[in-house]
Design a protein around this ligand. Sequence first.
Ligand code: CUA
Length: 313
Amino acid sequence: MQMPVALSAYATDVDKSYYIIYWLSVVLFIGIIGAATYFCLAYKRKAGVRAEPTGHNNILELSWTVAPVFILAYLFWIGWKGYVDMSIVPPNAIEVRGRAFQWGWDFEYPNGAHTPDLKAPVGKPVKLILSSNDVLHAFFIPQLRIKRDTVPGMYVSLWFEADKEGDADIFCAEYCGGKGEGTAAIGHWAMISKVHILSVADYDKFILEGGGAKPGESVPDWGKRLYVEKNCAGCHSLDGAVGAGPSWKGIFGRTGVMTAGPDIVADENYIRESILEPQAHIVKGFGPVMPSFKGILQDKEIDAIISFMKTLK
Ligand code: CUA
């Protein structure tokens, strides 16, 4: 009743543990506060009554010491069991590589395809191997009850097995910076994605068709889709408006004045370098704020983005 829809058996187990602890707390709260209130009223100091020591009651004192030991051991056991279930990945799990960056997610599948949203088959274990390209982020899917910090320079993993088809939100649960002004989607709050739990047939179809342009999509259109999906739009406008980065309108072939060194023409090589190593040559007037897309954008995707840029006269 307090939890979002559960999409896996693991989520149901987490909820069960949560509600056991929740209702135990309610019962203990009412019992303890109720007893304290009763004693306060029943044994209130009265004129003419002298307080006498009550002495010991060994049975009572032993039982309120021993009973909580069993309760705490039980709570430890359900917590430990949940932790072990989450930590031990079934050997037949599908491996998906996830990368967090400012500000988005990238998922890479065994066939080399990349998506900004996570696709997973229903009823099969999926192992996520996560890392971060820049700062600390936290991968969080409330409906699957899984959460893990992603750390630069380190792999972490977690797994899930969804038992229902459907979509669920992916959040970043760690404040990872951002710019405060404007409506551009640049910041922690914009780091929202989805996990799509597909039928096994749909997932297999996705793996077969792989990444790349969708059927019927031209290469520049694919580049335009990447512009949206990879959140380039957060910093680079298409209408000439200057954001955290230069607008892409008319960018291709333009000569740019650099913060250091000679002027550079924005050709294929310069744009590729700016995507992979953004700090190498920065156009004057802009800060060193762009994250690297190394490992996130593949060569053919960079080509598609460049061909999209060429259409922005
Ligand atoms: Cu990434 Cu918050």
